[in-house]
Write a protein that binds this ligand. Sequence first.
Ligand code: PGA
Length: 261
Amino acid sequence: MKKLIAGNWKMNGSLAANEALLRAIAQGLAGGAPSCDIAVCVPSVYLPQLQALLGEAASPHVPALGAQDVSPHASGAFTGEINAAMLKEFGCRYVIVGHSERRQYHGESDALVAEKARAALAAGITPIVCVGETLAEREAGRTEEIVRRQLAAVIHVNGHCISEIVVAYEPVWAIGTGKTASPDAAQAVHAVLRAQLQAASDRSARVRILYGGSMNAANAKDLLRQPDIDGGLIGGAALKATDFLRIIAAAPHPVPAKTAI
Ligand code: PGA
């Protein structure tokens, strides 16, 4: 399976800064096909700008476009919200749902995150479903319970098409802190999530489970070589083209699927 390296720009950028960053990324990718899939998840007001820039790029190796949140509703009186059809109209292939910053600052529940994933899937957009424990939860030995509960809610609502999602394991204590889960510790949680997906769907092998939380150019290689780490969701390091390109370059080539004899 091809790894996926997705940048989460969060609430950063400007028309000028986005253009410079995107052009530098596109230039870095112009030399040849990368070994992984790439996406940039940008503030929604900039989707038209990024859609246009990606459309103009001379190279075929440009990132796919993603958003950072979506309404669970189809349309109507939901001031300030943006629905999945709108994201689709601006070329979104991915949308992050349930990022810990939204769970923490906007009170998003597991059930709401599951509904957001449903809305994205219904519009043909791949939800990148974030799960992860806080430091207190980790120290209390509750990591597995928390991530399983968060993923279970999404499986409960979207079981029939669960193989179409991307999961991102993002330990809250590692986000933006410079503290990364060790490759072994991250792999252990990814294996738990993989087993949970396997129990839910016989097509689960195609679900990519990304790691996120202070992934950078220096630690990406060791994380990305773990058997169940299928890519990265990158915050801070996605805002510098050289760092983002180095993470992309660290992604190993997909292992060819075994053919039956
Ligand atoms: P970080 O953010 O790479 O800056 O830790 C990751 C994320 O929040 O998606």
